[in-house]
Design a binder for this molecule. Structure first.
Ligand code: FMN
Length: 327
């Protein structure tokens, strides 16, 4: 069984951290559907944690129903990162994760995220110092390297292992690639070969079967799924069923309807109208991907200005396609 230290991650399937996506509502949705062993919060700035920023504190709230939960921090200043990690532990997260893979310019410029792969000395000092402040498991998420000429993921993995990191997750792309090209799963296999701590594979698991293929072809101990979960939050349950030899049926339209409306009510209750509408539009786009008339619903909701008419539009969309399919 996959363990981070003594913490079991069962099934060995992890919701990837995604800024603007893996907020409390989405994590709860994924948990309720089931099949996920660990959920990740989107990355949080270590500086913002220490400055006591109210928005950041709100972002960091979670409920017991989400456990086990990892909180990911980023930054370049070692004492700030260590103090932020201590806060992560204090508020009760199960795992503290360091982001060493974010390729966004804003983060790279501050020498955080993937920039740390360009300075392994700094990365190592940071890992060692953060580790000393924690009693919960520390994990690190990184990419192949800054670019093709600087693929240093094996060194990065080794230094994580040497400094007491409980597990590493690797997205099989370089920072320069952003999300272009294909994730290189053979690099995940290589990393697995050289490390004895658990290796979590990440990148381009689009369908449930891809997760099994990744495990078979790389030997990785767990699979982290990001974008596919936004279109299909059932993917964890589908993979988990396959891991024990069951075939899980695709979610029905009724399942989708219940999920979407349930999620949207959570958002509507918590968020001010402007943010709620923005979030609802984004998620409707993902959730209705590939459904008949999905595009016309997406066009329609762009005209709507209030949450109630939004929810009504989604309800009648499902009524219509369910009647059409039954006919
Ligand atoms: C919208 C979005 C936001 C993301 N935010 C984060 C983040 O906060 N921290 C992080 O480590 N990775 C972040 N990622 C990268 C994902 O965690 C993951 O590594 C990447 O999407 C590849 O996995 P996938 O092919 O399963 O999506 C983000 C990805 C997306 C699409």
């Amino acid at each position: 069984m996959l363990r981070y230290g003594t913490l079991p991650i069962d099934p060995p399937l992890i919701l990837a951290p995604m800024a603007g996506v893996t907020d409390r509502d989405f994590r709860l949705i994924v948990r309720r559907i089931g099949g996920v062993g660990l959920v990740s919060m989107e990355f949080v700035s270590s500086k913002a944690i220490l400055s006591g920023n109210a928005k950041t504190r709100e972002l960091m709230r979670f409920s017991d129903a989400e456990r086990p939960l990892a909180i990911q921090i980023y930054g370049s200043d070692i004492p700030t990162m260590a103090a932020a990690a201590a806060v992560v532990e204090e508020i009760g997260a199960d795992v503290c994760d360091i982001n060493m893979g974010c390729p966004a310019n804003k983060v790279l410029k501050g020498c955080a995220g993937a920039a740390l792969m360009g300075d392994l000395g700094l990365a190592e000092r940071m890992i060692a110092t953060v580790k000393r402040r924690l009693s919960i498991p520390l994990t690190v998420k990184f990419r192949l390297g800054l670019d093709d000429k600087r693929r240093n993921y094996l060194e990065m993995g080794r230094l994580c292992e040497a400094n007491g990191v409980a597990a590493v997750a690797m997205h099989g792309r370089t920072a320069k690639q952003m999300f272009r090209g294909e994730a290189d799963w053979s690099a995940i296999a290589q990393l697995k070969e050289v490390l004895s701590i658990p290796v979590i594979g990440n990148g381009d698991v689009r369908q449930p079967d891809d997760a099994l293929k990744m495990m078979r072809s790389t030997g990785c101990d767990g699979v982290m799924i990001g974008r596919a979960a936004t279109k299909n939050p059932w993917i964890f349950r589908q993979v988990a069923a396959r891991l024990v030899g069951d075939e899980q049926a695709e979610p029905t339209l009724e399942d989708r309807r219940r999920l979407i409306l349930g999620h949207f009510r959570l958002v509507a209750e918590r968020e001010p109208t402007k943010f709620a509408m923005h979030k609802l539009r984004k998620f409707t786009g993902w959730y209705t991907h590939g459904l008949p008339h999905g595009r016309s619903l997406r066009q329609k909701i762009n005209q709507l200005r209030d949450v109630e008419s939004f929810l009504e539009a989604v309800e009648s969309f499902f009524d219509e396609i369910m009647t059409e399919i039954a006919a």
